[in-house]
Write a protein that binds this ligand. Structure first.
Ligand SMILES: [Zn+2]
Ligand SMILES: [Zn+2]
Length: 342
């Protein structure tokens, strides 16, 4: 069984079917705001069709509880020209209410199909929402594999289709993992590296030995990295691109050639914990950081597999011995696998 790193409560999942019924006919209804950040307080409020009330007792709440926290809300909708559903969004750690809450004061007014102004109620409240509508490969629920009445009530709860629960959780884990790889060294991190001091020799020497610095937010754990070590990696490479030293960039405000730091073994929570456990090494270390130009870097994160994997292999050949020196014995195949998911 997988280890859930992203605070997914595997016992509290609700799958909600959106945009069926009258919404579809008139394109208006309480679900209008489900995937939209609320303009008043920036939470995500969700209406749970068809009548908002949610059976909290399915999540182990007592009959008197008005709400329950830490629920994974998975929104699905009908796939084009098919009865199958696909996951279009999810909220981690949402608060779920037993009865529909008034959306008064939350700018949730709309004109219903009879032409009346209505305030949309809600029974899901979350500070996060992962919108997957533009994703290429969506998770599909093939209705024929289950009970074709599974969405008769426009929702079902975890435990109803246990093997589907596992599939959904695996999928959401992979989405979060992919996002973590991309966030891992986004522009904020790169900016921090630019302005950072380099690490002193003692910090560099001990960088692979230090304990993991994990922060726990509502959306899961994150690894806090030391930008000084990345800065030292850029200096060690003399601000050249490890893919090819002829790659030129520009001169920064700090009067140095602009290069980015990339963790060859991506510094996700899963990877960091894995390498800590297996080798007792922190992968936020100088041996694992390469200096690359922004163009190569973006390709490694966003490029098509063939060319991107060539670059990863090239970097691996350069870093392999350094990783070996600190006792991390990773093969090229193993490294590529860490990128394959992302
Ligand atoms: Zn990177
Ligand atoms: Zn480059």
């Amino acid at each position: 069984m997988k280890n859930f790193k992203n605070n997914i409560n595997t016992k509290r999942i609700i799958v909600v079917d959106l945009y069926a019924g009258s919404y579809n006919e008139k394109n208006t209804g309480h679900e209008l705001f489900n995937l939209v950040r609320n303009p008043v307080d920036s939470n995500f409020y969700g209406y749970c069709p068809p009548r908002d009330g949610i059976a909290l007792t399915k999540f182990g709440a007592s009959k008197n509880d008005e709400y329950i926290d830490n629920v994974l809300v998975v929104y699905v909708s009908k796939k084009n020209k098919s009865n199958n559903r696909e996951i279009i969004a999810f909220c981690l750690n949402a608060r779920i209410f037993k009865t529909g809450q008034s959306g008064k004061g939350l700018s949730r007014n709309f004109i219903d199909k009879d032409g009346k102004e209505v305030i949309s109620t809600y029974s899901v409240k979350s500070d996060n929402l992962y919108d997957l509508r533009n994703r290429f490969n969506k998770f599909e629920i093939k209705i024929n594999d289950y009970n074709n009445k599974m969405f008769r009530k426009q929702r079902f709860y975890c435990g109803t289709y246990p093997e589907l629960d596992i599939g959904i959780i695996d999928y959401i884990e992979s989405v979060l993992e992919q996002k973590a790889i991309l966030d891992n060294d986004d522009s904020d991190v790169q900016e921090e590296i630019q302005i950072s001091e380099p690490a002193d020799t003692e910090i560099i020497k001990k960088s692979s030995e230090k304990p993991l610095n994990i922060e726990n937010g509502n959306q899961g754990k994150i690894i806090v990295k030391d930008s000084r070590i990345s800065k030292s990696a850029l200096i060690a490479a003399n601000y050249t691109c490890s893919i090819n030293t002829i790659h030129k960039t520009f001169i920064t405000k700090q009067k140095i050639p602009y290069m980015e730091g990339h963790h060859l073994i991506p510094c996700t929570v899963t990877n960091s914990e894995y390498f800590m456990k297996k080798y007792n090494k922190n992968i936020d270390c100088i041996e694992n950081i390469v200096s690359i130009c922004p163009n190569c870097h973006r390709e490694i994160h966003y490029g098509e597999w063939k060319s991107k994997s060539e670059k990863i292999k090239l970097l691996f050949r350069k870093q392999q011995d350094k990783l070996k020196q600190i006792g991390i014995l990773i093969t090229e195949d193993e490294l590529l696998k860490l990128y394959k998911n992302g």
